[in-house]
Design a binder for this molecule. Structure first.
Ligand SMILES: [Zn+2]
Ligand SMILES: [Zn+2]
Length: 284
């Protein structure tokens, strides 16, 4: 029968799922990945803040002194990624503040006469600056503790604003739908913050500090990324000079850029794992 001829069988074999050639990875794909790594945290061409503050390879998390030094550079030169000055930038991330605060205990809510934690329009989300958010967090701990000891919460006028007993500087907000802030609510809060400022203190700018951003980015310490860099160095023409750095510096970065970069790093980590696996690279 014709179907049994060796020729036909060969054709059938080639299309068997077990006989397909292994999927190969092109040099272009590796080069694209290297571009992606290089684009994680480039320093703006017009940034004049120098090389940054040295940080040890084995102690990459910035300590207080390094953070202070980085913020000093930021105060003079701004964000190394986008050049902004955080202290006068209304479009830094605003916090979506739950009013009344989520961590107020039920007993404290009762004692203060503020709304229960119900997401039927009783709890609002309003834009808040970092400074008020920090003050609020410690205040809520104190109020919960005072109420649990049977004491009357000791609050000044600003404290009453922070616990949601009194309206603050404005009441622009959206209904909270859970203890979290959804991405859509976050966008709405960001617009309200830019336009109306902090609801508690009316600050026009939500942030007053820079993050200490690693340069090159810490993704150069990820084992999968290092394996791919090594692979490119040894196998792809033009990549011989790749340096797998041990020297990291810290540069000031605004919270907005830092947040965006965090998203890119997470994506990059996932694609590095996938690429290293398909290249069959040993990862240590
Ligand atoms: Zn920035
Ligand atoms: Zn504020």
């Amino acid at each position: 029968m014709p179907g049994k001829s060796p020729r036909i069988r060969k054709t059938v074999d080639r299309f068997s799922p077990y006989k397909q050639p292994l999927r190969t990875v092109s040099d272009d794909e590796v080069l694209d990945f290297l571009d992606e790594v290089a684009a994680v945290s480039p320093t703006h061409d017009d940034w004049k803040g120098g090389d940054g503050v040295a940080v040890g390879r084995m102690a990459l998390v910035a300590n207080d002194d390094q953070r202070r030094e980085v913020n000093g550079i930021g105060d003079t030169h701004g964000c190394h990624s986008c050049l902004t000055r955080v202290e006068s930038d209304p479009n830094q991330p605003w916090i979506g503040d739950h009013c009344p605060p989520t961590s107020l205990s039920d007993a404290a809510r009762k004692a203060l006469g503020v709304a229960e934690e119900r997401y039927d329009g009783s709890v609002q989300l309003r834009p808040q600056c970092d400074s008020c958010s920090v003050t609020q967090a410690s205040l809520v701990v104190r109020v919960n503790s005072e109420v649990s000891q049977g004491l009357k919460p000791n609050l000044n006028a600003f404290g009453e604003v922070l616990v949601g007993k009194k309206a603050g500087r404005h009441t622009r907000g959206v209904n909270a739908t859970s203890a979290k802030v959804s991405p859509a609510q976050g966008d709405a809060i960001q617009k309200l913050g830019q336009t109306y400022g902090c609801h508690s203190c009316k600050a026009k700018f939500p942030k007053d500090y820079y993050h200490a951003d690693h340069n090159p980015p810490v993704c150069y310490t990820y084992s999968h990324v290092i394996a791919i860099l090594e692979y490119a160095k040894q196998n792809i023409e033009g990549c011989e000079d790749i340096v797998i750095t041990q020297n990291f510096k810290l540069k000031p970065q605004c919270p907005r850029c830092s947040h965006e970069q965090g998203g890119r790093m997470a994506g990059l980590n996932a694609s590095a794992e996938d690429l290293a696996r398909r290249l069959r690279l040993p990862v240590y």
